[in-house]
Design a protein around this ligand. Structure first.
Ligand SMILES: C[S@@+](CC[C@H](N)C(=O)[O-])C[C@H]1O[C@@H](n2cnc3c(N)ncnc32)[C@H](O)[C@@H]1O
Length: 267
């Protein structure tokens, strides 16, 4: 188990009984049919439309905690000192900018299917003086245009739940990584336990769509958010999918009662 500084919670080393139960659960999850996939055209239209308000809404809806999650997720890559990083579903570039500042790599390529989101990102990168490190490119995570074994690390922050084909996306991430390279994926998840589980359900189905609609003027975007969160494989459910895509040594760490989960995997 890798030690991460400032952890919210660490999954303890499982006992034999727990391992057996997890293996059973893993097999059951792997056999389940996939949830209905998001329509890529609708995803692009939605993110293009909310791009100008995305950053402020993001931080308001998470009450600013997402900044801490992002820092902790990026710091998990520090021991590996990656020099070339692919930031998938880079959006407005928040994660790429933070990765450039905290990991000091030679180059980060941010890819996304929404040009509107990346246009906002490009401005931020220029303002941060990082336009000689971070480059944006339109590309679909499920069919990347990079050669095999191009990157030391791949990062995906809060983007994977929007992929129309998650397994294809995971396979592509593995393909473009060098052998021994690392994937760090962080995604919103739903808290697994009482009372946060119930409180979050109420918050995400009332406050979130209300504030989202008010600020972004997009009726569907912030109703889609809680739906896409619960449809995404939660914590240990993603593990068999990552292993099947070609990764090994898959670990996860829950942040803040499981509102966000970080996965670290090695090619
Ligand atoms: C919630 S935003 C996350 C942005 C950013 N990573 C962050 O941390 O704020 C999700 C992004 O995923 C992008 N996206 C969705 N499906 C994609 C795909 N198949 N390939 C690449 N990007 C995709 C969307 O366009 C959107 O910009």
């Amino acid at each position: 188990m890798i030690h991460y500084p400032e952890q919210d919670s660490i999954e303890p080393t499982p006992s034999k009984k727990q391992k057996k139960a997890e293996a059973k659960r893993t097999a059951r999850v792997a056999a389940q049919p996939a949830s209905p996939a998001p329509d890529p055209e609708k995803v692009v239209a939605m993110f293009n439309s909310i791009a100008p308000t995305y950053d402020s809404l993001n931080h308001s809806l998470s009450l600013g905690i997402d900044r801490r999650w992002r820092r902790k997720a990026i710091d998990a890559l520090k021991p590996f000192a990656p020099q070339t990083i692919l930031d998938i579903a880079t959006g407005t570039g928040d994660f790429a900018i933070l990765a450039a500042q905290r990991l000091d790599p030679d180059r980060i390529i941010g890819v996304d299917i929404s040009e509107g989101m990346m246009a906002v990102g490009s401005e931020k990168v220029k303002t941060a003086g990082l336009d000689n490190v971070i480059y944006f490119m339109k590309d679909d995570s499920t069919d990347l245009s990079f050669d095999d074994e191009t990157f030391d690390a791949v990062t995906v922050a809060y983007g994977a739940r929007n992929f129309h084909d998650l397994d294809a996306g995971l396979r592509e991430m593995c393909r473009v990584l060098i052998p021994g390279g690392h994937l760090m994926l962080v995604e919103l998840t739903t808290p697994p336990r009482f009372p946060m589980k119930q409180l979050f359900h109420i918050y995400s189905h009332t406050v979130m769509p209300f504030i989202g609609r008010l600020i972004s003027h997009n009726d569907s975007a912030y109703t889609y958010l809680p739906q896409s969160m619960s449809a995404f494989p939660q914590a240990e459910e993603l593990k068999p999918r990552l292993l099947k895509a070609g990764f090994s040594d898959v670990q996860f760490q829950r942040f803040t009662f499981g509102l966000s989960t970080m996965y670290l995997a090695t090619k």
